[in-house]
Design a protein around this ligand. Structure first.
Ligand code: SAH
Ligand code: SF4
Ligand code: F3S
Length: 458
């Protein structure tokens, strides 16, 4: 079994070289930055939050939509100003954009270092080899790398909630999506290292872990030494939930084609497995779902929702929606709206389709919905979701939830905030609780974003 004997929070040592890390994209990137910091701390770097004193500036990047990449090009310009002012500063681009653009990022000596998501172990060697004339690049993807033995150094602010990557890559090849190209093939991580990492977090005062994968339902570990003791996602969830009833377990992302009854029943059995499923639907139209290669139909999706709600009546449900995919008709768009009205999601991430070079959709289908039309469909989707979020929250009026206190509410620092098991944000008066405490609250009023509650105490 893996031993984790190190400092879990960043080490601050003024004598050491300093790394500044900006993280873009999904939760997996947030966790990857913590893996990177762990690797760099071992070779003498410490973290700084002040870019002006950094010896090494890293951007951990995202390629999911064009605007994500445009933002990073803007940042690279800013980083180059640092280099002009202070010679010797190293600029590195890591993550998905590094993997997608490879040596194009080195054209014109924009940056000194390019490292893809599977190359972080080679960062110390790459850094050593950099000279002003010799930028370094490693964008090899791997079929094995899971960083299973590396304990991420946590960069979150309050030491309560942490991400744990349980797998990497994706094998699904949804036609619009760049992730399989930037993150490579799917591979699952040894469950013993996952449980050890979660236990260590719990022992350091963490109260919530979120298990991360692009498609957690296809997590699968074949144990070569224990034939017949294979671990699927339901079993992994159970193993982590058994660490302690006061450690909350969350997970993301579930794929509608793969989420199993076994996972749903496991969630129902353990109070500390949070009752929230992020289940990206993308579209309510079968024609679009087929072209997107999502491998499920509207009917299948609605059946999964029905199953979830029959087993876990109060389960939080959130989703992702893409507006204006290739060839989307007004009817297809209305199918998405009607599905959203039927399900009443608690919240949703909603995007206009952005063509990504190299994806199946970019090769096979024209990106033919004009920008204005895409934006207007997206706005309709956003407005509808606002009404649905309010409706979903109104259904909680009068209900009592246990919340994990995160800290002062952002709008009113006199009050506290924390999430219910469903992942809904609650705001309530303090009874002296500290971040990391549990308390019970009753919902008295709601907005589309928040449950406004009274604090009943333990
Ligand atoms: N693995 C997860 C999602 C990963 S990407 C899943 O399968 O659901 C997060 C979200 O970004 C996706 O759910 C999708 O809604 C959106 N997305 C991905 N590619 C996109 C693109 N090319 N244009 C617009 N949105 C996109
Ligand atoms: Fe992309 Fe589909 Fe994989 Fe999600 S499941 S990361 S949308 S290819
Ligand atoms: Fe972006 Fe890569 Fe995540 S493309 S969404 S950072 S997997």
């Amino acid at each position: 079994m893996q031993e984790f004997t190190h400092s879990i929070r960043p080490i601050i040592d003024p004598a050491k070289k300093k790394v500044y890390i900006e993280t873009y994209g999904c939760q997996m990137n947030v966790n990857d930055s913590e893996v990177i910091l762990s690797i760099l701390q071992k070779v003498g770097y410490c973290l700084t939050e002040n870019i002006d004193e950094a010896d090494l500036i890293l951007a951990n990047t995202c390629s999911i939509r064009d605007n994500a990449e445009q933002r990073i090009w803007g940042r690279i310009e800013q980083f180059r100003l640092q280099k002009k002012r202070r010679s010797g500063v190293i600029i590195g681009i890591v993550g998905c954009m590094a993997e997608r653009l490879k040596d194009k990022l080195l054209d014109g000596h924009q940056v000194d270092l390019v490292a893809g998501p599977d190359s972080y172990r080679s960062l110390p060697g790459l850094l050593e080899a950099i000279t002003p004339q010799k930028p370094q690049i490693d964008v090899l993807l791997s079929h094995e790398e899971t960083y299973a033995d590396i304990s991420p150094v946590r960069m979150d602010k309050n030491g309560i909630s942490a991400f744990i990557s349980i797998m990497r890559g994706c094998n699904n090849v949804c036609s619009y999506c760049v992730v399989p190209y930037t993150r490579g093939a799917e591979r699952s991580r040894d469950p013993h290292t996952i449980v050890a990492e979660a236990r260590e977090l719990y022992e350091h005062g963490y109260k919530e872990v979120t298990l991360l994968g692009q498609n957690v339902d296809s997590y699968y570990w074949k144990d070569p030494d224990l034939a017949g003791n294979d671990v699927n996602f339901a079993l992994l969830l159970e193993m982590v939930a058994q660490i302690s009833p006061s450690l909350r377990v969350r997970f993301s992302t579930s794929h509608p084609k793969d989420i199993s009854d076994e996972v749903i029943y496991t969630m129902a059995r353990y109070e500390n497995i949070c009752k929230h499923i992020h289940l990206p639907v993308q579209s309510g139209s079968d024609v679009m779902l087929e072209k997107m290669r999502r491998k499920y139909t509207r009917e299948w999706y609605l059946e999964r929702v029905k199953k979830i709600r029959s087993v876990i009546p109060d389960c939080g449900l959130t989703t992702d929606v893409i507006a204006g995919f290739c060839g989307e008709t007004i009817q297809d768009h209305h199918d998405t709206l009607s599905l959203m009205e039927e399900v009443v999601f608690d919240s949703a991430f909603m995007f206009a389709y952005s063509e990504r070079p190299g994806t199946l959709a970019s090769r096979k289908y024209a990106d033919d919905i004009p920008y204005e039309e895409k934006t207007s469909r997206l706005n309709e989707i956003i407005a509808l979701q606002g009404r649905m979020s309010l409706k979903s929250n109104e259904r909680d009026l009068g209900k009592v939830f246990e919340v994990l206190v995160e800290g002062p509410s952002k709008k009113n620092p006199e009050e506290l905030c924390g999430r219910a098991s469903s992942n809904k944000m609650c705001v309530f008066p303090s009874r002296g609780e500290k971040p990391g405490d549990y308390t019970k609250v009753r919902v008295n009023s709601v907005t589309s974003a928040t449950l406004i509650c009274e604090n009943l105490g333990k």
